[in-house]
Write a protein that binds this ligand. Structure first.
Ligand code: NAD
Length: 625
C-alpha cells in the first residue's frame, strides 16, 4: 500500500482519483497522494482507523494536515467519522463533486491538467486557516487533553496526535517514518487487538450455525403493548426507523406520560439540529396511542412490554393471537421470563420470539433476540432484519433465565454485594469498576435499574440472584429503591449532578456491616486487584456456563452483549476476550481462590491451555434451559 502510494506520488504523470462510493481508510489515503480528487455526490470519505485502535498508516496522518490543516485533520482522524462528499469538498479534502459518473469528470480534469503535479507531500503542514504555526504546541497539548487517558481507551488517540505533531514539525520523509513506527506499535497493542475483535465479532453475529436459510418478512407496521418505560422507548425506535407503530395501554396516566416522552424526545432532536420540525412532526404522528387491541389486526410485528408477570403476559398473548393476522410475529421484551411458556398460549409458537431491548430502548444499541424452542428460521431471520432496520446490534440468545446479559449481571451484582459484605465500601467498589473502564460501577447501576427490581428477581429465583445477607430486603423496607427514590446504595441530591450523581452514604456501609455480622461474615482487607477480578471474573465464569449450555453461540457474542449493553470497556474487548488475554488458566485459579464453583468449560479450557475465542458451542443445538 505504502509503495503504491509512493509510486503514484513520485510519478510525473497527473493522477486524478474518481471516487464513487466509500473511500474510507486506505482508499482515502491513496486518494490523498493523487493530484486531484473527484467524487460522486453519494460518496463518503473518512479515516476511521481509530475505531480499530489504529492510526492511518499509509501516509494519512502526514498528508491530511498538509491538505486541510492539523486542527481539522485531528478532528477527522480522532473521531474517525465518515463525511459526505459535499462536506468533504467544503473541508478541502475533495476538489470536485459531481452528481454521477465521476470517471468522466476525472478524465476531463486529467485532460485539462495533464502534466500538473500537486504533491501534497511537498506542501508544508499548517495548523488551520489564519492560525500561526507557533500555535502548534498549544493545539497538540489541547488534543492530548481532550482524548481519554492512554489506559482508558485513548491509547491510539495519543499516538495519532504524536503522528500529526510529526507532520507539523518534521520534513515529510521523517514524518512518514514516524507514522509507520507508531502504526506498528498500535498494530501490536492490546487495545487495538481488542477493538478489532469487537469489530469482527459484530460481523459474525447474524451467522447462526445449522439454521436453514429463510427469507425474512417485511416489517411495515408494528404494535407495542404497554406504554411504560420500555414500550415508549421501543415505539420511538420504530418511528425513528420509519415504521408506523400503534401503542396499546389502558392506563391514561401512563399514556399521557408516554406522549410527553415521545414529544420531548423528538423536540430535543430538533433543538440539536438532528431533525427538522417537519420530520419530527411526521415521526410523532407515526406513533398512535390507543386502548383497542383490534387496531393491531394488520401489524407485521407486535412487541409486548407490559409488567414482568407471566400471568399478565399470557393474557396479552392469548388476546393478541386471536386478533393479529396469522403471519404477524409476536414478540416479548421480557427481561427474564420463559419465552416458550408465552408462545404456548398462542397457535403460532413458530412466529414467537423474544426481542429484549435495553433501557432507554431508543438509545441503547443492543438487542437480544431470544429464540424459543419452536421459533422458525423465518421468524429469526425477520428478527435479525428488524434489528438492522432499527439500527440495533442484535445478538442471539437461547431461552434461558435472564438470557445472556442479565444472567451474567446477576453474578456481577452478587460479587459486588459480597465484597461490600466483607467490608469494602460501595463507593470503593464502584471506583475500581470505573478505573477498569466501566462508565459506572455495580452499585450505581443497581440504583439506576431499581433495588425493587433486584428484590423481585431474588424472590423469583433465589438460586440465581439471592445474596448471602438481607441487605436488599432491608433497602426495600426502607424504601431506598435507587435513583427513583433519591436513595439506594447511594444518596442522591437534586443539586448534585441533577440527582444522578451517587453520593456515598455511611449508613449503607453500616447496614452492610450489620447484616454481614448477622450472617457471620467477617470483614477483611481486600486489594483493588481482588475487587476488579471478582467483578470481572464473575462475568467470565457465568459466560463460560452460558457458552457451554449453548445459551450464547460464541464468546464474541457475549463480548458484544457486554460492550454494547453493559458498558464493558471496548478497548478490553469484552469479558471473554479479556479472559483469553489475561489467560484462562489464571482466571480459573482466581475463581478457585475466591471459593467459587468454576464452570466446567472454564476448567477445561484452563487445562487444555486454549481460549474462549476458539471454542464453539454445539452448532445449531441451542438448548433451552
Ligand atoms: P412499566 O411498568 O414502566 O410499564 C408497563 C406498562 O404496561 C404500564 O404502562 C402498564 O399500564 C402497561 N400494561 C400492563 N398490563 C397491560 C395490558 N394487559 N395491556 C396493555 N398495557 C398493559 O414497565 P417497563 O419497565 O417498561 O417494563 C416492561 C417490560 O420490559 C417488562 O417485562 C420488563 O421486564 C421488560 N424490560 C424492562 C427493562 C427496564 O430496565 N425497565 C429493560 C428490559 C426489559
Amino acid at each position: 500500500m505504502r509503495d503504491v502510494i509512493a509510486a503514484v506520488e513520485r510519478s510525473v504523470k497527473t493522477y486524478v482519483v474518481a471516487i464513487d462510493g466509500n473511500a474510507l481508510g486506505g482508499g482515502l489515503e491513496l486518494s490523498l497522494a493523487c493530484d486531484y480528487r473527484v467524487a460522486s455526490k453519494k460518496s463518503k470519505v473518512g479515516l476511521p482507523e481509530i475505531k480499530l485502535g489504529l492510526l492511518p498508516g499509509a501516509g494519512g496522518t502526514q498528508r491530511l494536515p498538509r491538505l486541510i490543516g492539523a486542527q481539522a485533520a485531528l478532528e477527522v482522524m480522532l473521531k474517525g467519522g465518515t463525511h459526505a462528499a459535499e462536506k468533504a469538498k467544503e473541508m478541502g479534502i475533495l476538489d470536485e463533486v459531481v452528481e454521477a459518473n465521476p470517471v468522466d469528470a476525472a478524465v476531463a480534469l486529467a485532460s485539462k491538467n495533464a502534466g500538473t503535479k500537486r504533491r501534497v507531500s511537498e506542501k508544508a503542514a499548517f495548523i488551520g486557516k489564519g492560525i500561526a504555526l507557533q500555535a502548534a504546541p498549544f493545539v497538540v497539548s489541547q488534543a492530548h487533553k481532550m482524548v481519554p487517558p492512554e489506559d482508558h481507551g485513548g491509547y491510539a488517540a495519543h499516538k495519532l496526535i504524536d503522528a500529526v505533531e510529526a507532520a507539523v514539525e518534521l520534513p515529510f520523509a521523517f514524518g512518514i517514518a514516524r507514522e509507520a513506527r507508531l502504526f506498528e506499535e498500535l498494530v501490536r497493542s492490546k487495545p487495538s487487538a481488542a477493538l478489532r475483535h469487537v469489530f469482527f465479532a459484530e460481523r459474525e453475529l447474524h451467522k447462526i450455525p445449522g439454521l436453514p436459510a429463510a427469507e425474512p418478512h417485511d416489517i411495515k407496521s408494528a404494535g407495542v403493548i404497554g406504554a411504560g418505560t420500555m414500550g415508549t422507548g421501543i415505539a420511538i425506535t420504530f418511528a425513528t426507523a420509519g415504521i408506523p407503530v400503534k401503542v396499546i395501554d389502558s392506563n391514561d396516566e401512563a399514556v399521557e406520560k408516554a406522549k410527553q416522552t415521545v414529544m420531548g424526545m423528538f423536540m430535543y432532536q430538533v433543538q440539536k439540529g438532528k431533525l427538522t420540525q417537519e420530520e419530527a412532526w411526521k415521526r410523532g404522528q407515526s406513533i398512535v396511542f390507543t386502548d383497542d387491541y383490534n387496531e393491531l389486526a394488520d401489524a407485521d410485528v407486535v412487541v409486548e412490554a407490559v409488567f414482568e408477570s407471566m400471568d399478565v403476559k399470557r393474557q396479552v398473548f392469548e388476546k393478541l393471537d386471536g386478533i393479529v393476522k396469522p403471519e404477524g410475529i409476536l414478540a416479548s421484551n421480557t427481561s427474564t421470563l420463559d419465552i416458550d411458556e408465552m408462545a404456548s398460549v398462542t397457535k403460532r409458537p413458530e412466529k414467537f420470539v423474544g426481542l429484549h431491548f435495553f433501557v432507554p430502548a431508543n438509545i441503547m444499541p443492543l438487542l437480544e433476540i431470544v429464540r424459543g424452542k419452536q421459533t422458525s428460521p423465518q421468524t429469526l431471520a425477520t428478527a435479525f432484519k428488524l434489528g438492522k432496520a432499527l439500527r440495533k446490534t442484535a445478538v442471539l440468545s437461547a431461552n434461558a433465565f435472564g438470557f445472556i446479559g442479565n444472567r451474567m449481571v446477576f453474578d456481577y451484582a452478587k460479587a459486588a454485594g459480597e465484597l461490600a459484605e466483607e467490608g469494602v465500601s460501595p463507593a470503593r467498589i464502584d471506583g475500581v469498576a470505573k478505573a477498569f473502564g466501566f462508565p459506572m460501577g455495580p452499585f450505581a447501576m443497581g440504583d439506576l435499574s431499581g433495588i425493587d427490581v433486584a428484590w423481585h428477581i431474588a424472590k423469583a429465583r433465589p438460586d440465581v440472584a439471592k445474596g448471602r445477607t438481607g441487605v436488599i430486603d432491608r433497602l426495600v423496607e426502607m424504601k431506598r429503591l435507587g435513583q427513583k427514590t433519591m436513595a439506594g446504595y447511594f444518596k442522591y441530591d437534586k443539586a448534585v449532578g441533577k440527582g444522578r450523581e451517587p453520593i456515598p452514604d455511611p449508613d449503607i456501609e453500616a447496614l452492610f456491616a450489620e447484616e454481614a455480622k448477622k450472617a457471620g461474615i467477617a470483614p477483611r482487607e481486600v486489594s483493588d486487584a481482588e475487587i476488579r477480578d471478582r467483578l470481572v471474573f464473575a462475568l467470565v465464569n457465568r459466560g463460560a456456563y452460558l457458552l457451554e449450555e449453548g445459551v450464547a453461540l460464541r464468546s464474541g457474542d457475549i463480548d458484544i452483549v457486554y460492550v454494547y449493553g453493559y458498558g464493558f470497556p471496548p478497548h478490553r474487548g469484552g469479558p471473554m476476550w479479556y479472559a483469553d488475554e489475561v489467560g484462562v488458566k489464571h482466571v480459573y485459579d482466581r475463581v478457585l481462590s475466591f471459593g467459587w464453583q468454576p464452570a466446567p468449560l472454564l476448567a477445561q479450557i484452563a487445562k487444555d491451555g486454549g481460549t474462549f475465542a476458539a471454542h464453539r458451542s454445539k452448532q445449531g443445538e441451542l438448548v433451552n434451559a
